[in-house]
Design a protein around this ligand. Structure first.
Ligand code: ADP
Ligand code: MG
Length: 575
């Protein structure tokens, strides 16, 4: 570790980072910042959470002396969240540097507004690959002045299917002067090597070995949960494990809020923490958790960074972590200081088991399957808990008021067993939380209810599966898991989309571009499907729910489309 003022950076930035609470540079920052400032191409490898944003963000800001209109630095990130995050961090670093404008551009946001932003000029553009391509094609973004290009989370972008977009962007950089090319990644797959060879000149490799975190001291289990029963399963498991302090991880801010509300609604007190909360609210939540005023904390991965509370007895992955590294981060919060910890992961679809197996492989840990209790076991548990409560109350001694009432009751000449039995039925709630998989068709083993969409381009436009996935994820901000089979035909493409996400995909993809080709999207009208992801067709005589749904949807699809188009031109005009 070294101090920021020992690095060759300006006072303005030193002041800004110290206000942000950074005291020392992290290893990747200490190595990468000088290398980038010296003008080298840099290949930076380090895990999530090691401070890569500042490692490239600080030198990127230092680079900028004067700029007119076109950006000097371009940063490419895989998702809109990361674009926002990086732009926000960069604004903080540049707080005391005057007039450095940063323009975030990403899919899913009206393009006109971004065009205005770019027209006004910016020093640094931060964007997702698809949107950057879009602006380059429209010539609303020009890279003639670009001296530095940074790929953040390069491995992630390749995984998401952005390879061609990235290559095309890198190719469109001015040829005469090689812009400084910087690539950050958590892993180093072959594809990254190829990009490096092709686009970097004598790169300096900066690699930080992750400190060996072990999660050997944690007992890890997973549970397969029937569809729609995750909340109930969590209630049952919290009851079963009865942890002193518990952290529950969700993948999105919205899920944190929802789960927190639902648990509290069921009488399980919990507090939530995520990035959208103001500092004061976060402090309040952390105080309640640390002081054990509330023993359950629900958080996103990002919000949980930097939280250091020992003695967490149970970690729950309510959502399976998107990043395998996150699994270690999450689970590593329990089982500290030689104590035994427990971690459980809830799976709500078959395909998640595959992901979990990959996590086991990557993190070299064993996660053991456990069965959710049956209703008989739950009933037995309820009974045991009730008896324990009564025994505890008995041990706590006799209360005078209640003794008086007891005597009055006995004076009525009722048998003691009858009295006890009456009191029990008044007090004992044998509530069985429903976690059973009753709907045999909607088995856990089947995947989501898919609706098939028809996109207006296919092989004729030379698109590949990866391009379709990447475009939809970027435009709609949804998870790749919401997409099922993708079938690219000669002049159209069929995509199975989780029914829950189909509306957003219809809305956002209408008129969007995939690799520069504008597309039309609608629900596939074909009457029968050969293989149905939801499995409804498997039982010959069963009602086909999907067709019902799509029939309902199709009624008036045309009208809706027309309406949507009008709406979107209206909003475009407004801007
Ligand atoms: P990465 O991109 O490697 O995953 P980030 O740049 O997002 O990591 O940083 C992770 C967290 O650590 C952020 O909350 C960031 O503000 C914080 N951080 C980064 N560098 C430092 C530092 N030198 N000192 C203290 N906190 C830091
Ligand atoms: Mg990062």
């Amino acid at each position: 570790m070294s101090k920021f003022n020992e690095l060759p950076i300006s006072d303005e930035i030193i002041r800004a980072v110290s206000e942000m609470g950074y005291e020392e540079a992290t290893p990747i920052q200490a190595s990468a910042i000088p290398a980038i400032l010296e003008g080298h191409d840099v290949l930076g490898l380090s895990n999530t959470g090691t401070g890569k944003t500042a490692a490239f963000g600080i030198p990127a800001i230092e680079m900028i002396n004067d700029y007119r209109k076109h950006p000097k630095v371009m940063i490419i990130c895989p998702t809109r969240e990361l674009v926002e995050q990086v732009a926000t961090e960069l604004r903080k670093f540049s707080k005391y540097k005057e007039g450095i404008k940063i323009a975030p551009i990403y899919g899913g946001q009206p393009i006109d507004r971004q065009i205005q932003l770019l027209k006004r000029g910016c020093a640094i553009v931060v964007g997702t690959p698809g949107r950057i391509m879009d602006h380059l094609r429209r010539r609303t973004l020009r890279l003639t002045e670009c001296d530095m290009v940074i790929l953040d989370e390069a491995d992630e972008m390749l995984n998401m299917g952005f390879k061609e977009d990235i290559e095309e962007i890198l190719k469109s950089l001015p040829e005469d002067k090689h812009p400084q090319t910087i690539l950050f990644s958590a892993t180093m797959p072959n594809e990254i090597m190829k990009i490096t060879k092709k686009f970097q000149v004598d790169p300096v490799k900066v690699q930080i070995k992750s400190s060996q975190r072990t999660i050997d001291t944690v007992d890890q289990y997973y549970y397969e949960v029937p569809r729609g029963k995750k909340l109930n399963a969590l209630r049952v498991l919290l009851n079963h494990y009865d942890p002193d302090l518990c952290m529950i991880f969700c993948n999105t801010k919205r899920m944190v809020d929802e789960l927190c509300e639902e648990l509290n609604h069921c009488g399980i007190r919990s507090v939530g923490l995520h990035g959208d909360m103001k500092q004061a609210a976060r402090d309040r939540v952390m105080y309640q958790f640390r002081e054990r005023k509330c023993s359950i904390l629900i958080a996103t991965d990002v919000a949980a960074r930097g939280i250091d509370v020992d003695d967490i007895a149970l970690v729950v992955n309510f959502d399976i972590p998107q990043d395998h590294e996150y699994y270690i981060h999450r689970v590593g919060r329990t089982g500290r200081a030689g104590k035994k910890g427990k971690a459980i992961t809830l799976l709500s679809a078959k395909r998640q088991l595959k992901e979990l197996k990959e996590i086991m492989y990557d993190t070299k840990t064993k996660i053991v399957k456990r069965m959710l209790p049956t209703s008989e076991q739950l009933e037995a548990l309820n009974r045991k808990n009730f008896i324990n409560e009564v025994l505890t109350a008995c041990n706590e001694g006799i209360n005078e008021d209640s003794m008086e009432i007891a005597n009055d009751l006995l004076a009525e000449g009722i048998a003691v067993e009858n009295l006890i039995s009456a009191l029990i039925s008044m007090n004992y709630k044998n509530e069985i939380i429903d976690i059973e998989d009753k709907d045999a068709i909607r088995r856990y083993s089947e995947s989501f209810d898919a609706i098939r969409l028809h996109l207006s381009i296919g092989k004729n436009c030379n698109i590949k599966t990866g391009n379709v996935v990447a475009a939809i994820i970027e435009e709609c901000g949804i998870n790749a898991q919401a997409l099922g089979r993708i079938d690219i035909r000669s002049n159209f493409t069929l995509v199975d989309v989780d029914a829950a996400k189909v509306d957003i995909v219809l809305e956002k993809m209408q008129g969007a571009q995939i690799r520069g080709h504008q597309i039309e999207v609608q629900i596939d009208e074909a009457p029968k499907r050969k293989s149905d992801a939801s499995g409804y067709n498997k039982k010959g005589g069963k009602r086909n729910k999907r067709s019902d749904y799509s029939a309902k949807k199709n009624r008036g699809t045309k009208d809706k489309k027309e309406h949507r188009r009008k709406e979107s031109t209206k909003t475009k005009r407004k801007k």
